[in-house]
Design a protein around this ligand. Structure first.
Ligand code: NDP
Length: 251
């Protein structure tokens, strides 16, 4: 029977690579995006996934920082693919790049709501569609995109680091709570990966930071989608945070 995966923030960057990886692994893929301008991008990815991997897709616009949008997203997935959700990838994320004096309350609330609250909403809504079907031999998986910002401090990223550290805590706690019910929960904490998120920051500062990466270069999307592929097939792995980061954080 075909398996179903939902990915939040699947329209661009790391999410695009992960959407393709899910298709490659044989999942029907529910691709979520938020901005109207990303509809065409998401539709194109969905077409590519269908054509290259022969699975089905569904594109759903939803602002996952809002619980009611998450409800609509999960309902759309269940209506189309049935009440067994095998994989949830929480990937949607934004950043402010602002110092903690000038930042506005609305701005840091938006980062927390998108980068952390959406992960709480989606896991809360999707887990009931996992636990009733999963077992040791038929595992379901949640994969949360954190960041090296969840492991170390980064200047002008206090809200982002708080959210991403929260994602690691959520991952650990849910892994413990659901390990006995066939659901594995892991996180990926990317280092610097060349996407729109990085293209949006000061390029001189970016280059200075890139020069400190031990492997000597900024990573690419396949470095992260490859980690997703590993996690989905690593049946004894749960509660872990895997960090493809070029050696910039070593733990
Ligand atoms: P991009 O800016 O390229 O893509 C962000 C994605 O998140 C888009 O698909 C966007 O949708 C979606 N998104 C944002 N807000 C919402 C929302 N409220 N509801 C639904 N979708 C939303 O970023 P990246 O690909 O670089 O980042 C992906 C993840 O990886 C994020 O969680 C980020 O924090 C994390 N990460 C990235 C790193 C990097 O160096 N690039 C490093 C460490 C972590 P839309 O297209 O509709 O706007």
């Amino acid at each position: 029977m075909a398996k179903t995966a939902i990915i939040t923030g699947g329209s661009r960057g790391i999410g695009e690579g992960m959407s393709l990886k899910l298709g490659e692994l044989g999942y029907n893929v529910v691709i979520n995006y938020r901005s109207e301008s990303s509809k065409a991008l998401s539709d194109n990815i969905a077409e590519k996934v269908k054509k290259e991997y022969g699975v089905d897709t569904l594109v759903v616009r939803a602002d996952v920082s809002k619980y009611e949008d998450c409800e609509a997203l999960v309902k759309a997935a269940v209506d189309k693919f049935g009440d067994k959700i095998d994989v949830l990838v929480n990937n949607a994320g934004i950043t402010n790049n602002s110092n903690w004096i000038d930042i506005k309350k609305e701005d840091y609330e938006r980062v927390i709501n998108t980068n952390l609250m959406s992960f709480l909403h989606m896991t809360h809504l999707v887990l009931p569609y996992m636990v009733n079907h999963s077992s040791k031999d038929n595992q379901c998986c949640i994969v949360n995109t954190s960041s090296i910002g969840g492991m170390i401090g980064v200047v002008n990223q206090a809200d982002y680091c708080a959210a991403k550290a929260g994602v690691i805590g959520l991952t650990r706690a849910l892994a413990m709570e659901f390990a006995g019910r066939g659901v594995r929960v892991n996180a990926i904490a990317p280092g610097m990966i060349m996407t729109d998120m990085l293209r949006g920051v000061n390029q001189d500062e970016l280059n200075a930071l890139a020069a400190t990466i031990p492997q000597g270069y900024i990573g690419d999307v396949p470095d992260i989608s490859g980690a997703l592929g590993y996690i989905l097939t690593a049946s004894y792995l749960t509660g872990q945070t895997i960090s493809p980061n070029g050696g910039i954080v070593v733990q």
